[in-house]
Design a protein around this ligand. Sequence first.
Ligand SMILES: [Zn+2]
Ligand SMILES: [Zn+2]
Length: 153
Amino acid sequence: MTISDNGEGYFAEREDAQMKKQEDKKVRDEEREIRRKKKLEDDEMKAEKRRRKEAEKTEEEQEKLKEKERKEKYGKLAEKKYRCGVCDIRGRINDEMYGIEWYGCYNDTCKTTGWYHFESLSDSEKAVIRESLDDEDVRWYCKACFPRLYEEE
Ligand SMILES: [Zn+2]
Ligand SMILES: [Zn+2]
C-alpha cells in the first residue's frame, strides 16, 4: 500500500503542484526584476554616455575658444610688448621658431621699448648677453638705459 492510494497522496501532489507553480512564478518575477534592473542600468549607461559626449563636446568648444582668446591676447601682447628698441620691428609669436631671439632690458622704465632682437643689438651688448647666457639670475640692462656699462675702458 502506498500513500497515493489513500487520497493523502492526491493532496500531497496537489500541494506539490501548487508549490511548483508558486516557485515558477517567483522565478519569473525574479527574472523580470533582473531584466527591469538591467534595462535601468542600460538606460543609465546610455544616458551617461550621452552626458559624457556632451561634456566632451563642450570641453572641445571651450578649448577652441580658449585657443582663440589666447591667440588674440598673445597677438596683442606681442604687438604691444615686443617691439624692438633698435629696429622698431614688432615681434611675432613664432619668432623663436625661426631662431629669432629677443632679449628684454631688466629696467622697468627702459628708455626704449625694453625689447630687442639679439641681432639688432650692438656688439658690446651681444657680448654681455653671450657672457651671461649660462647665468639664470643675471639681469641684463640695455645700452640706452646704462651706457656706462658698455663704455670701453
Ligand atoms: Zn630689431
Ligand atoms: Zn633698457
